[in-house]
Design a protein around this ligand. Structure first.
Ligand SMILES: Nc1nc2c(ncn2[C@@H]2O[C@H](COP(=O)(O)OP(=O)(O)OP(=O)(O)O)[C@@H](O)[C@H]2O)c(=O)[nH]1
Ligand SMILES: [Mg+2]
Length: 266
C-alpha cells in the first residue's frame, strides 16, 4: 500500500492492517523481522498482536513447566519429534518401538490436524498411543499434551515420544515440558531448510538426517545442510539414519540411552 492510500484509509476511519509499518524493503525482500507475530489482524496494531502472542506463549510456558515436574515425578523421558510433513517421524517411531521392545516401556502421543492414522501405526508396531487432532491448529501445546498423558497413563520409567504436527514453524515456539526436541530433516527436502526455518533448528537438541538411503538419488548437499544448521545452532548434534533400512538406528538408540541415564542421575 502506498502512503497516500494509507493516509486515505486513516482519514476515512477504515480498519486496516498495520503490519507493513514494520516492513523493511531491502534488495527486493519485504522483511517483517524476526519479532513479527506472523499474523496481521485488521484494526489491531502489530504491537498488540505481538503482546497477545507473548501472553499465549507465557501461559503455555507455565503449563509446560508443570508438565516437566509431572514427567520427573513419574520418571518419564519425554522426547518431542518435529519435522515437515512426511520426513519420516512415524516410520522412525515404529522402528524405535520395535527396537526398544524388552529394553524400556515406550508410549507415543501423536499430533496431526486430522485422522488417527499415525496412532494406529504405532499401536500396530506394539506401543500404546493416543492421537491428538488439532483441527486448524498447526502445533501441539502443553495443555494438549497434559490431557493426552492423563489418557495414555504411561508406565513409570517409560520413554514417551511426542510426534508433533508436521511443519517447521509453529511447533518450535511451544514448549511441551519435554526433555529434548528432536528435529528430523530428510534428504529429499533440500539442504536449505535450517536457514529458512531457523527457529526450529535453533530450538532443537538433536538433528536427525533421515532417508539417507535416498541420498544417491537426490542432489542433497549434506555438507552445506550441516554448515547452515550449525550456523543457526553451533552445538547441534547430528545423526544420519534411514528409518527404512535401519542404517544409523544404533546411534539413535544410543542417544536415547544417554538421555535415559541423564534422567536417572538428575
Ligand atoms: N526411502 C525412505 N523412505 C522413508 C524413510 N522414512 C520414512 N520414509 C517414507 O516417507 C513417507 C512418510 O513417512 P512418515 O513416517 O509417514 O512421515 P511423517 O513425518 O510421520 O509424516 P506426517 O505425520 O504426515 O508429518 C512414507 O512413505 C515412509 O515410508 C526412510 O528412511 N527412507
Ligand atoms: Mg507421522
Amino acid at each position: 500500500m502506498i502512503d497516500d492510500d494509507h493516509a486515505a484509509l486513516h482519514a476515512a476511519g477504515v480498519p486496516h492492517v498495520h503490519s507493513h509499518d514494520h516492513v523493511e524493503i531491502k534488495a527486493g525482500v519485504l522483511d517483517y523481522g524476526a519479532g513479527h507475530a506472523g499474523v496481521a489482524v485488521p484494526g489491531l496494531p502489530q504491537e498488540r498482536v505481538v503482546a497477545i502472542e507473548q501472553a499465549v506463549l507465557g501461559h503455555n510456558d507455565a503449563l509446560a513447566e508443570r508438565n516437566r515436574q509431572a514427567f520427573a515425578a513419574d520418571d518419564l523421558l519425554v522426547l518431542n519429534l518435529l519435522s515437515s510433513p512426511g520426513s519420516g517421524k512415524t516410520t522412525l517411531l515404529c522402528e524405535t518401538v520395535r527396537a526398544m521392545r524388552g529394553r524400556a516401556p515406550v508410549a507415543v502421543i501423536e499430533g496431526d490436524q486430522q485422522t488417527s492414522f499415525d496412532a494406529d501405526r504405532i499401536r500396530a508396531a506394539g506401543a500404546p498411543s493416543v492421537q491428538i487432532n488439532t483441527g486448524k491448529g498447526c502445533h501441539l501445546d502443553a495443555a494438549m499434551v497434559a490431557r493426552a498423558v492423563e489418557t495414555l497413563a504411561p508406565a513409570r520409567g517409560s520413554i514417551l515420544f511426542v510426534e508433533n504436527v508436521g511443519n517447521l514453524v509453529c511447533p518450535a515456539a511451544f514448549d511441551l515440558g519435554e526433555a529434548a526436541k528432536v528435529v528430523i530433516l530428510s534428504v529429499t527436502e533440500g539442504e536449505d531448510k535450517p536457514l529458512k526455518y531457523p527457529d526450529m533448528f535453533a530450538a532443537a537438541d538433536l538433528l536427525l538426517l533421515n532417508k539417507i538411503d535416498l541420498s544417491p538419488h537426490v542432489d542433497f548437499d549434506e555438507e552445506r545442510c550441516l554448515e547452515l544448521a550449525h550456523r543457526v545452532n553451533p552445538s547441534l548434534p547430528v545423526l544420519r539414519l534411514s528409518a527404512r533400512t535401519g542404517d544409523g538406528m544404533d546411534a539413535w538408540l544410543d542417544w536415547i540411552g544417554a538421555r535415559q541415564r541423564e534422567r536417572a542421575t538428575a
